[in-house]
Design a protein around this ligand. Structure first.
Ligand code: GTP
Ligand code: MG
Length: 458
């Protein structure tokens, strides 16, 4: 999708709400942040910083949002005047972007763009730009592009609407027909991308099915962006994935085996963020599915967030999982997600217990608390995962074979491997086998029924 065609990159009208496959690197850009009322802008600033964009000034206007221009026409005109009169060295010099703090309507995006003559983003367009610059796999690029085209389409429709009602002059001189042409191209690309995404999702589902058939179990990591999912994944799998102190470093799902437990697969995936419109979120559903439809879903919470924030994120994540399970085609048969508290090296024991209490109040069992940096709690989590998936560990003893059944021991051992997860396998000279195995109660019963005297499970 590095391809850049004239028909997808569209600068709408003068100044331009830039649509389509525009630049992917925004490092070094300067922006004005437009805020209505007393809103907390921390998250948006973090997102901008992640992309290397400097917010040179925050323009705040009290009162209610203007449906057409967000800040109000007067205020926008003041900004334009100030921009025109900036002298060299002024902080506004080189500003080529205005960011609306919240999710704006297409009408507001077009309105602000027309008055300021600057490229305009709202929160969603900022997220999409960030996703675009972080997307490295075909899967991630496909979903990001779908989300972006959907968002562009709403703006094109707004422009078409304004033309029809005479609010706006022709589009790039070509009028309604040119605009329709652009919309048609966009729709065609969307159809192709959706087909591709369906294929990818089917292939992914087939992979999952094969893994299940081979007896492997999957653990999915779900949580907000920056919760520490990739760090934990790296800790448990030894596989290197991108870990960064920035939002949305991970955009696709990586599956790896848990170290020393080859039959346990871990799925690291994209994180959540608040207030993403459904249309945008839908594009990422296939990716998150891997983690949510897992045999065991772990909700990761950054324990160094404030307690109120931890609870809020837990509630949202839980709701997302339940919604997804209800709407999914593979119901989870009563599998309950478990909670993991991350980054406990950053807080005190006292704070950890307080957060554990809050998690339990939300109806979860005691969370596993750990740090991927200090390593504390990691073995605890490994045991927890094995126990959840395979039941408690048992000692399986296969007595030395008698002269009548020389091969039998190997057959029994192979069956144990097939049903459970063998951690330790000691073979004595006389042919006796003793293994440590994580195996579900039902499978233990099957083993006993099948092999009788030839197996001993404790
Ligand atoms: N102190 C401390 N920092 C951690 C720990 N785990 C992760 N971090 C840091 O938190 C930041 C985010 O970690 P990631 O593992 O990339 O988080 P993520 O959930 O995969 O984030 P996205 O992929 O962006 O959604 C990084 O700077 C990590 O170094 C931990 O246990 N302790
Ligand atoms: Mg990650």
């Amino acid at each position: 999708m590095a391809r850049q065609t004239d028909d997808t990159t569209v600068v709408a009208g003068s100044g331009g709400v830039v649509l389509g496959e525009a630049r992917t690197n925004h490092e070094g850009r300067k922006a004005l942040l437009l805020v209505r009322g007393a809103e907390d802008t921390t998250e948006l600033r973090d997102l901008a910083r992640t992309m290397g964009i400097t917010i040179v000034e925050t323009v705040v206007q009290t009162g209610r949002e203007d449906p057409r221009t967000y800040l109000g026409k007067g205020r926008l005109e003041d900004i334009t005047d100030e921009r025109r009169s900036t002298l060299p060295g002024h902080p506004w010099e080189g500003v080529d972007l205005a960011i609306i703090h919240t999710n704006a309507t297409p009408r507001q995006l077009v309105g602000v763009n027309q008055t300021l003559g600057l490229e305009v983003w709202d929160r969603v367009r900022l997220l999409l730009a960030l996703f675009t610059s972080h997307a490295s796999s075909v899967e991630a690029r496909t979903q990001v592009r779908i989300a972006q085209l959907q968002s562009d389409r709403t703006i094109l429709r707004e422009l078409a609407q304004q033309q029809t009602t005479g609010e706006r002059a022709g589009f790039g001189g070509g009028g309604v027909t040119a605009l329709q042409g652009v919309l048609n191209n966009l729709n065609r690309e969307l159809t192709n991308l959706r087909r591709r995404q369906r294929k990818q999702a089917n292939a992914q589902r087939e992979h999952r099915r094969q893994r299940t058939r081979s007896g492997a179990k999957t653990v999915g990591f779900v949580g907000y962006t920056n919760a520490g999912k990739s760090s934990l994944f790296r800790c448990l799998s030894g596989k290197s994935v991108l870990v960064e102190d920035q939002l949305f470093s991970t955009l696709e799902t990586t599956v790896g085996r848990m170290e020393k437990s080859p039959r346990i697969l871990l799925a690291d995936t994209i994180g959540f963020i608040d207030n993403i419109p459904n249309a945008t979120l839908t594009a990422f559903k296939a990716t998150i599915a891997e983690a949510i439809d897992a045999d065991l879903t772990l909700i990761l919470l950054d324990a160094s967030d404030s307690p109120a924030e931890v609870v809020r994120k837990l509630k949202t994540t839980k709701r997302e999982i339940l919604e997804r399970q209800a709407g999914g085609d593979e119901p989870l048969e009563g599998k309950r997600p478990a909670v993991v508290l991350t980054k406990i090296d950053k807080i005190s024991e006292h704070q950890i217990s307080a957060i554990e209490g809050l998690v339990r109040e939300e109806g979860f069992s005691k969370p596993v608390a750990l740090s991927s940096v200090s390593g504390k709690g990691i073995t605890g989590l490994q045991s927890f995962i094995r126990e959840q998936l395979f039941g408690a560990a048992v000692t399986v003893r296969i007595p030395a074979p008698t002269s009548q059944n020389v091969e039998a021991s190997e057959r029994v051992a192979a069956d144990v491997y097939a049903r459970g997860m063998v951690e330790d396998d000691v073979r004595s000279d006389n042919g006796e086998i003793v293994m440590q195995v994580w195996v579900a109660k039902a499978c233990q019963a099957q083993l006993k029924a099948r092999w009788g005297e030839r197996i001993d499970i404790k």
